[in-house]
Ligand binder design. Structure first.
Ligand SMILES: Cc1cc2nc3c(=O)[nH]c(=O)nc-3n(C[C@H](O)[C@H](O)[C@H](O)COP(=O)(O)O)c2cc1C
Length: 200
């Protein structure tokens, strides 16, 4: 089976949902998968690892409808320091909103990067409600789709996949608002404070 390098492009990599998605993928894919976070200081190290793999999987969150800056920085580094042999690239994006289509622009950016830098593009998995789905009764839907995604990479049969929680928008907004208000209260932060620009 082809060796896959999984790069976690979340700025909060050690505590991220992307880490959890990457781990589920690795469990489905088997021992030929290695997970590494993308950090400011490890670009060269990751670039060197690329020479030993045939497949590169980017796992990252949607930030402001696009790619998080630390991952963008790494992509810029790769443009200037390409590996000798380009691995095929797959992408797993998760976003906070319900609709997986929110990830389309970021996915297009990744496809453009691959076209311009001559990496064959393989499969994509777009996850909506990515902050919530793994802690919900619908976790199995995400796990099932990740398994299919891993199989498509292992078999070399590219697929474009997506998954989200099967809820109405109204229900999702009500449930997520209640979740975040309670979460804020645990830290002494009110809903009004969370709605200002001073909050991250
Ligand atoms: C700065 C910031 C920007 C975000 N922008 C979006 C966005 O544009 N659309 C969206 O659906 N979710 C957005 N989110 C939500 C994240 O994509 C979501 O919480 C995701 O699960 C985080 O994944 P991670 O834990 O792997 O970093 C944003 C989160 C942050 C912190």
């Amino acid at each position: 089976m082809e060796r896959v390098l999984i790069l976690n492009g979340s700025p909060r990599a050690p505590r991220s949902n992307s880490k959890r998605y990457g781990e589920i993928f690795a469990a489905c894919y088997g021992e030929n998968a290695e997970i590494c976070p993308v950090t400011r200081g490890n670009h060269q190290e990751l670039r060197d690892k690329l020479d030993g793999v045939s497949h590169l999987l980017f796992v990252f969150p949607l930030y402001a409808d696009a790619i998080p800056v630390p991952l963008l920085d790494f992509l810029k580094f790769l443009e200037d320091h390409p590996p000798q042999k380009r691995p095929a690239v797959s992408v797993l994006i998760n976003c906070g909103f319900l609709e997986p289509q929110q990830n389309e622009i970021a996915l297009e950016m990744m496809r453009l990067f691959c076209r311009q830098n001559r990496y064959p593009f393989a499969s994509s998995l777009s996850i909506g409600s990515g902050e919530a789905i793994l802690n919900s009764p619908f976790r199995f839907l995400a796990a099932r789709k990740i398994k299919r995604f891993a199989r498509s990479i292992a078999r070399g049969t590219p697929q474009t996949l997506s998954v989200t929680m099967p809820l109405t928008k109204k229900w999702f907004v009500a449930a997520s608002t209640s979740y975040w208000v309670k979460y804020g209260a645990r830290w002494g932060t009110t809903q009004a404070q969370m709605q200002t620009m001073e909050i991250q």
